[in-house]
Design a protein around this ligand. Structure first.
Ligand code: SER
Length: 318
């Protein structure tokens, strides 16, 4: 069994990734780390956890050596909206943090570094419909720029040092967990507000179409790529997606279950960011090279989100 260290474990993805890893790989093979105070849900999990700011390269190396780690899953990142509010913080965490993970993987000769990229790595000059795996990437957000850096440095270390870097361009990831600081977060808050208050003011315009995926598909793609045999991979970074929709389409779907739900629109700077991102992704490279096959379609996502958020809030929606 390999041993894994996860950074950013207390983010939206980590909150589901860590329990899934415990089940898949066993407690003794996982070290969860995060910069912030450990959330109470985590304390209830039987998992080894350590406070770690990914900018602390010595702290990172100490944990990698002490726990004899083989693979880093580097999820720590400042997302797009928080990044625009504080570009200096995004720069230090996303650039320095990734560089520390990369250099530690090289120096300690670890087996693999997995670090997600994002749809944010694309920009206004990218073909935005059915965006190909290889295309123009000129992002305009600091978060997007940091993800291009991640991809290119990962490729460089693969070519230069044969470092086993792997990455997925996640679209918006949907789960009943509270998200933190992203542009795609509207598609989660809309469920919270629909169930609590039957109304939601959306920070994107009604027509902004973005690619999304359900958390279970996000975890599936992550495990599938990490575990894929090296000889199958011709690329290091892959588009993955589950569905695409606009706020208006999502609001109409929610209205079928909560008929008096009302949405209003007050686009802010996040609308500007979202309009530079793909509407849909071509994920055929991932399908061809390691068999990517998402499970969750739009309709099933809507009912799963309604059930999940309703349970989390303790408020029935029916
Ligand atoms: N969910 C991210 C964001 O909105 C995109 O990777 O910032």
């Amino acid at each position: 069994m390999k041993k894994y260290l996860v950074t950013g474990s207390y983010g939206q993805i980590g909150m589901d990734l860590i329990p899934a890893m415990l089940e898949r790989y066993g407690k003794e093979n996982i070290v969860a780390t995060g910069r912030k105070k450990i959330p109470k849900e985590f304390k209830e999990l039987d998992v080894i956890y350590n406070r770690l700011d990914i900018r602390d390269q010595y702290g990172l190396r100490r944990l990698l050596v002490d726990y004899d780690i083989d693979i880093i899953i580097h999820n720590a990142s400042v997302l797009s909206a928080t990044g625009e509010r504080n570009p200096q913080l995004a720069h230090s965490i996303n650039f320095e943090g990734f560089y520390n993970a990369l250099e530690a993987t090289r120096e300690l000769k670890l087996e693999q570094l997995f670090a997600p990229s994002s749809i944010a790595a694309f920009g206004p000059t990218t073909p935005l419909d059915n965006t190909p795996n290889t295309t123009i990437m000129e992002p305009t957000s600091i978060y997007g720029i940091s993800k291009v850096y991640t991809e290119l440095m990962g490729n460089y270390y693969k070519q230069k040092y044969d470092l086993n870097f792997r990455s997925l361009r996640y679209p918006g990831v949907l789960s009943p967990e509270e998200p933190g600081g992203g542009t795609t977060d509207y598609a989660i808050w809309i469920f919270y507000e629909a169930i609590k208050n039957k109304k939601y003011e959306c920070f994107l315009g009604p027509d902004v179409e973005l690619p999304m995926m359900m958390m279970s598909d996000c975890l599936k793609s992550t495990f599938d790529l990490i575990e894929a045999p090296e000889e199958k991979l011709k690329h290091r970074t892959f588009n993955v997606t589950g569905m695409s929709f606009t706020p208006e389409v999502l609001a109409n779907a929610i209205k079928e279950y909560i008929p008096d739900f009302e949405i209003t629109y007050k686009p802010d700077f996040r609308d500007d960011i979202a309009r530079t991102w793909p509407h849909s992704l071509d994920d055929s490279t991932a399908r061809e090279e390691w068999g990517w096959d998402p499970e969750y379609p739009f309709d099933k996502m809507v009912t799963a989100m309604l059930d999940g958020v309703s349970e989390k809030l303790g408020i029935p929606y029916k």
